[in-house]
Design a protein around this ligand. Sequence first.
Ligand code: ADP
Ligand code: ASP
Ligand code: MG
Length: 409
Amino acid sequence: MALIVQKYGGTSVGSPERIKNVAQRVARWKAKGHKVVVVVSAMSGETNRLIALAREVQPEPDARELDQMVSTGEQVTIGLVAMALKQIGVDARSYTGPQVKILTDSAFTKARILSIDEHNMRADLDAGRVVVVAGFQGMDADGNVTTLGRGGSDTTGVALAAALKADECQIYTDVDGVYTTDPRIVPNARRLKTVTFEEMLEMASLGSKVLQIRSVEFAGKYKVKLRVLSSFQDEGDGTLITFEEEENMEQAIISGIAFNRDEAKITVQGVPDKPGIAYQILGPVADANIDVDMIVQNAGVHGLTDFSFTVPRNDYARARKLIEEVQKHIGAKELIGDDRIAKVSIVGVGMRSHCGIASKAFRALSEEGINIQMISTSEIKISVVVDEKYLELAVRVLHDAFDLAHEPA
Ligand code: ADP
Ligand code: ASP
Ligand code: MG
């Protein structure tokens, strides 16, 4: 007998029929003698709908009140899933995040889980019940409802699995595993049987939304066995996220291509090339809690240099205003902004031991006439910024260049 946490995403609970399917799957695992905790997202589209509704009332919604209302999407689905289970004779009980006592910090809309009280869940599981928990939400020390950031139900699933020391955390979604890239963009993308935590962390942080990055961090930290599967198929092993050291099969050099449209670029031209300039430019941006991603500064010519950086597209307008102020102080010549850029990244642990990956990627892009605006690299990834209109082409070209549709020989 095992303890399994199953997380179902928005599409998987998107209609009464699908909710009934979820109940059937849970019942099958239960019938095999396993203890099952189910974590659910809101029905697909619901979270977006709620956020849009909030914006109609307050264009920049108050973060506490936004969490209060956006968290209701998941409250609907836990009730429905518990009902669907009871309807087929499986005893179940639903809990919101606060009812479980998922304690978070108070960073509304992007709260972090601090602790989980497993007492109620254990009691239900021991009494033979399925426990159904709302994903994406928790409660801070003052009793305020908080949410965990978009895609946060993945993190609830993994965090519950860690707290309950579950044998496996299964993430059921609308694709049957982690692919070499988003199969909606590249139809011949290939499902990976396994992917290392390190690679999954990079892919998630670089934009692959199949798993929220914090869920991967949690799984790595607490050694949770994590698997991505389809809720629309009865068979299949999905993709297992593995620790590299366990991996003895031949490792591909490149595992996948991630991309992110949510990017904008700001360039300050003609900046005096002297100590303290990077701090003067980026200090106010950091103080405004805006995440800076890539940073590029050119070598100075005649005492002047250019300085570029990227920020999330949502923060572009705010960042630009701040830099307009900075520009006056430091006497920079010009400010250029672009919120129609995208980032494409090649990820693979095998890059560590192979050279020539970057040049192969750059060549493939140049053959399609795609201009690279910025580059950043780490041991296991290469990212480039391109014009948003070339994003899908760039992803396809790189997928082909590294022959990712075929299993490595
Ligand atoms: P859920 O609602 O189940 O949480 P998401 O929409 O958050 O589902 O994540 C699943 C989606 O992630 C897929 O439909 C797919 O379009 C997208 N995706 C992006 N990159 C990948 C990838 N490398 N492998 C699989 N899916 C990916
Ligand atoms: N419903 C939330 C969202 O759409 C959380 C999730 O689906 O994981 O972001
Ligand atoms: Mg998701």
